[in-house]
Design a protein around this ligand. Structure first.
Ligand SMILES: NC(=O)CC[C@H](N)C(=O)O
Length: 366
C-alpha cells in the first residue's frame, strides 16, 4: 500500500506567520485566501463546492481522509479549492465503498496541501486577525522566495471568479416535459442544488455566468434560479444587471448564497467583506416569518449589508443568523423573489431548510 510520504511543506500567511508540516496532495506551490470550515464531515463536498475557488481550506476537524472519496459525493466535476490545510491526514481509507483514497484524489486533481498543522492554533489566529491570503508549498522551502510568491496572489476583495468555474456551454437536465422550466444562472453551482430542483419536477437549463438576459429569456422559463459561487459579488456587475432584468419579468426568482448577494445588489443593498466568513454545518438561523430556527450549512465570506437592506422599503428580511445577527434571507414585497445566504440543499439539520425549495415551487404555482 502506498502511504503518503512525509515530505516537508510550509504554510505562510499574509501577516508572516509560518506553520511547518507535511506535504499532502500534489507536490507544488499554490495559494489563495485562507478560510476554515468547522464541519465534522463532508470534506469531499467542501473541496468540490466551486464557491471555494480562490481559497485555501482549513478543516477544523482533526482527522481528514479516513473515509476516502466517492464520485457520488462531489458537488461539481472536480475539487476547485486552491489548497488544503489539515491536522491529521489519513493515508488510508476505512470505508468499504470508497473509490479511492484522499491522497490519490488530491494528487490526481493537482491540489497542493499540508498536514500535521496545529489547525486549532491556526484557526484561532485567523479568527482574531481576520481573512487573509496564504500560500502552501512543498517545493519552495526558502521563506523569502515563498514570500515573493505569496505577494503575487490577488486579494479576494474585488475578485471575479464565477467566470472561471461556470459551465462553458448551456445544458439542460431534469425531467423532460416537466411542469416547470427553470433557467439557472450558473455562477459556480453545486450539484445538490440542481437535484433539489429536478426532484421537485423542474426541467433546468443551466446558463454560463455571462449569458445575456435576452438569451436566457428566449428559452421561455417559468422562473429563475441564481446560484452560489466564488469571489466577490461586488465585482460582478454583469450578473447584477441580468438579475435586475429577471426581476422586471415578475417571474419567480430564488437565489442561494452568491445568488442572494447578487439579488441584494440588484435591489440596492451593497455587500461587504466579513472579518472572517461563516463556514460550517451548524450555523443557527432564525426564520422571522415562522419564528422557527434552523441548523444550516454555510460558506460565505461576504454578506449583504444589514443597515442598507433594512432601509429598503420593498424588502422583508426573512432570516437572521443567531450568532451575529447578519442577514440570512430576504424577500421582495412586490415580486415573487427571495433568497438565502445559507445552503438549504445541504443536510446539516439534516433537512431543516429544504422547505425553501418547496416555497419556490409554490411561487411557480401561484
Ligand atoms: N457559497 C457562496 O456562494 C459564496 C458566496 C461568496 N463568494 C462569498 O464568499 O460570500
Amino acid at each position: 500500500m502506498k502511504y503518503y510520504t512525509k515530505k516537508p511543506a510550509v504554510l505562510m500567511l499574509q501577516d508572516g506567520t509560518v506553520f511547518w508540516g507535511s506535504s499532502i496532495g500534489k507536490t507544488g506551490t499554490n495559494g489563495g485566501e485562507i478560510c476554515f470550515n468547522t464541519s465534522m464531515a463532508g470534506y469531499q463536498e467542501i473541496y468540490t463546492d466551486p464557491s471555494y475557488a480562490g481559497q485555501v481550506v482549513v478543516n477544523t476537524t482533526a482527522h481528514i481522509g479516513n473515509y476516502g472519496v466517492l464520485d457520488l459525493e462531489q458537488e461539481s466535476a472536480r475539487p476547485t479549492i486552491n489548497g488544503l490545510v489539515v491536522n491529521t491526514f489519513s493515508a488510508i481509507s476505512s470505508r468499504k465503498t470508497a473509490e479511492s483514497r484522499l491522497q490519490e484524489y488530491l494528487e490526481k486533481n493537482e491540489i497542493v496541501g499540508i498536514a500535521d498543522v496545529d489547525t486549532r492554533q491556526l484557526v484561532r489566529h485567523i479568527r482574531s486577525k481576520g481573512a487573509m491570503n496564504c500560500i502552501i508549498s512543498s517545493e519552495i522551502l526558502d521563506l523569502d522566495k515563498l514570500r515573493a510568491e505569496l505577494d503575487k496572489i490577488p486579494d479576494m476583495q474585488g475578485l471575479e471568479l464565477s467566470s472561471k468555474v461556470t459551465t462553458q456551454e448551456a445544458y439542460e437536465l431534469g425531467p423532460e416535459g416537466a411542469g416547470y422550466k427553470i433557467a439557472v444562472l450558473d455562477l459556480g453551482i453545486k450539484k445538490s442544488i440542481m437535484s433539489n430542483l429536478t426532484e421537485r419536477g423542474c426541467r433546468l437549463k443551466v446558463f454560463p455566468a455571462k449569458t445575456s438576459y435576452d438569451e436566457i429569456a428566449q428559452w421561455g422559463p417559468n422562473g429563475y434560479f441564481i446560484s452560489n459561487g466564488p469571489g466577490d459579488p461586488g465585482a460582478m456587475p454583469y450578473a447584477v444587471d441580468t438579475v435586475k432584468k429577471m426581476l422586471e419579468s415578475d417571474k419567480p426568482l430564488f437565489g442561494i448564497c452568491l445568488g442572494h448577494q447578487i439579488l441584494g445588489l440588484a435591489v440596492g443593498a451593497p455587500t461587504y467583506k466579513m472579518h472572517h466568513g461563516h463556514r460550517g454545518a451548524n450555523q443557527p438561523v432564525k426564520n422571522l416569518v415562522t419564528g422557527r430556527s434552523e441548523i444550516t450549512s454555510q460558506n460565505h465570506g461576504f454578506a449583504v449589508d444589514t443597515e442598507t437592506i433594512k432601509q429598503q422599503e420593498k424588502i422583508n428580511i426573512t432570516h437572521v443568523n443567531l450568532n451575529d445577527g447578519t442577514v440570512e434571507g430576504f424577500e421582495l414585497k412586490d415580486k415573487p423573489a427571495f433568497s438565502v445566504q445559507y445552503h438549504p440543499e445541504s443536510s446539516p439539520g439534516p433537512h431543516d431548510s429544504r422547505y425553501l425549495f418547496d416555497h419556490f415551487i409554490d411561487l411557480l404555482n401561484d
